[in-house]
Design a protein around this ligand. Structure first.
Ligand SMILES: O=C(O)[C@]1(O)C[C@H](CCCOc2ccccc2)[C@@H](O)[C@H](O)C1
Length: 144
């Protein structure tokens, strides 16, 4: 029995589809969750979002004990949170960092992600479909 893939989402992503569609598209986080579950090929997906740093850290700890891979869109915490980086460095399996937008083509404060220092792979700029690519990549990396 394989262990779940954790798909974790950081601050403000609960507002996807309501603002800035020119940057993030009009797909809601609930629709993205459905896309991820449809991609998982029967594997369990744990899909969560929080605006609280400590909650994301608690879920990373849960994944350390119970998960096979992590897909994470840390949102703005990518660029600020050493605490999330430290938690991810404890995770033994593959980590795919995911950003809907191409953060490297945006404002300079979005260019350096601490999370990338722990990520196996980084996907940025594919829009909401990037979550599907990230889940597929996580499953592949976990099977190697
Ligand atoms: O492109 C991404 O996925 C980001 O992680 C999204 C973050 C923003 C989270 C979503 O913020 C929203 C703002 C307005 C409407 C909907 C979402 C942003 O801070 C990162 O630089 C890139």
């Amino acid at each position: 029995m394989s262990k779940p893939i954790y798909v974790l989402n950081g601050p403000n992503l609960n507002r996807l589809g309501t603002r800035e569609p020119q940057i993030y598209g009009s797909t809601t986080l609930a629709e993205i969750e459905t896309m991820c579950r449809a991609t998982a090929g029967g594997r369990e997906i744990v899909f969560r979002q929080s605006n609280r740093e400590y909650e994301l850290i608690d879920w990373i700890h849960e994944a350390i004990d119970q998960g096979e891979a992590i897909v994470i869109n840390p949102a703005a915490y990518s660029f600020t949170s050493i605490a999330i980086l430290d938690a991810l460095k404890m995770f033994p399996g593959p980590i795919v960092e995911l950003h809907i937008s191409n953060i490297h083509r945006r404002e300079p404060h979005y260019h350096k992600s601490y999370v990338s220092l722990a990520a196996t792979a980084v996907i940025a700029g594919l829009g909401p479909q990037g979550y599907v690519v990230a889940v597929k990549a996580a499953i592949d990396l976990a099977s190697r």
